[in-house]
Design a protein around this ligand. Structure first.
Ligand SMILES: NC(=O)C1=CN([C@@H]2O[C@H](COP(=O)(O)OP(=O)(O)OC[C@H]3O[C@@H](n4cnc5c(N)ncnc54)[C@H](OP(=O)(O)O)[C@@H]3O)[C@@H](O)[C@H]2O)C=CC1
Ligand SMILES: Cc1cn([C@H]2C[C@H](O)[C@@H](COP(=O)(O)OP(=O)(O)O[C@H]3O[C@@H](C)C(=O)[C@@H](O)[C@H]3O)O2)c(=O)[nH]c1=O
Length: 290
């Protein structure tokens, strides 16, 4: 019988994945931190030994990019070593394993877009720790695993969006008069709900290899903020600024757009579209509530 372990089930992405996996009638196991702490190898090992999963969706991670920069040891433990521990166990039980990585593995070359043939070179420790996680997976279960790299993730809605869109929506709701947003950081966005559909489909198909999954179109943070302001009928102004006005511990690449040369070319509900369309789809979660 199929037994699917999902780590990070309470996160921005994990909630949607659990929702779709349950709708598909899959037998999922979603341990919380006290049962499955990614900083505690022996706890993870004994949980997996007990469960003996047939598949593992490893979504848990340290997603605080600035914390990773200030504490590379923490980044390594959470994003690299934890993945290696889980991947070793996946191999032991011959379980198919999925790992979610990030466009942050790229950026040092300064190219606008990166595809699956490009060799990662990150500008920060979060990106490096995620890339080492990818490689641990490839080393231990390369023949039975999948890596999906996502771009700037949009998802979680009012309660669980702790990233850029959530922060801008919060400012709109707080009624600030001016939202400042950076024009010199470009990337591609990933609608978490649609990615979750693709993950569940990939699980069912036991897809293998590395894939980039993002909406099309390179966009900067300012353009996203302006779009949010328009959709939510924001009364104030959105001002373009340079990133030097937002001092952060971790450098962000000027360009971290990713695109896919391998994603199946089929028209389906998981298929990413142009960034504006996927962003507007997500923003309904906010506008529908008021
Ligand atoms: N957000 C983004 O913009 C992007 C994210 N990604 C990747 O996608 C994946 C999912 O990210 P996202 O959903 O945004 O992440 P979130 O930050 O929303 O959620 C992180 C998840 O990991 C869990 N977690 C954190 N620390 C531990 C721990 N010590 N032990 C057990 N569980 C822990 C959290 O549990 P708890 O609820 O207990 O905190 C939560 O379920 C990650 O691998 C991330 O690197 C890739 C590209 C972009
Ligand atoms: C709050 C705020 C931020 N910003 C800018 C500054 C900075 O460039 C950026 C920070 O937004 P975030 O916190 O969403 O960005 P960040 O933490 O860099 O997001 C990253 O998270 C990890 C998990 C990933 O995997 C990456 O792909 C990426 O999504 O937004 C503004 O321009 N205006 C604002 O009001």
């Amino acid at each position: 019988m199929e037994k699917i372990l999902i780590t990070g089930s309470t996160g921005m992405l994990g909630r949607y994945v659990c929702q779709f996996a349950m709708e598909a009638g899959l037998n999922i196991f979603t341990p919380k931190r006290d049962q499955f702490d990614i900083s505690n190898s022996s706890l993870m090992e004994s949980y997996i030994d007990n469960l003996q999963p047939t598949a593992i969706l490893h979504l848990a991670a340290e997603t605080n990019v600035d914390l990773c920069e200030r504490d590379p040891r923490h980044a390594g433990l959470y994003n690299h070593i934890a993945t290696e521990t889980i991947a070793r166990k996946a191999r032991q039980y011959n379980a198919w394993m999925l790992y979610i990585s990030t466009s942050n593995v790229f950026g040092a070359e300064g190219k606008p877009y990166y595809n699956e043939l490009d060799i990662p070179h990150s500008v920060n420790y979060y990106g490096r720790s995620k890339f080492h996680g990818e490689n641990a997976l490839r080393t231990w279960c390369g023949r039975n695993s999948m890596v999906i790299r996502a771009g700037w993730m949009i998802g979680g809605g009012v309660q669980h969006d702790h990233k850029f869109v959530g922060k801008i929506v919060q400012q709109v709701r707080d009624g600030v008069s001016d939202i400042r947003s950076v024009t010199d950081k470009y990337g591609t966005i990933t609608n978490a709900l649609k990615l979750a559909r693709f993950i569940v489909r990939s699980l069912e198909e036991r897809r293998l290899g590395t894939y980039h999954y993002t909406s099309s179109g390179l966009v900067n943070r300012f353009e996203i903020a302006r779009e949010i302001a328009e959709v939510l009928s924001f009364k104030g102004t959105v001002s373009p600024v340079v990133s030097a006005e937002f001092p952060l511990s971790a450098p962000r690449p000027s360009f971290e757009g990713i695109e896919s040369i391998y994603l199946p070319n089929e028209d389906s509900e998981w298929k990413p579209r142009y960034w504006r369309e996927d962003l507007r789809e997500y923003l309904k979660e906010f506008s529908d509530r008021d």
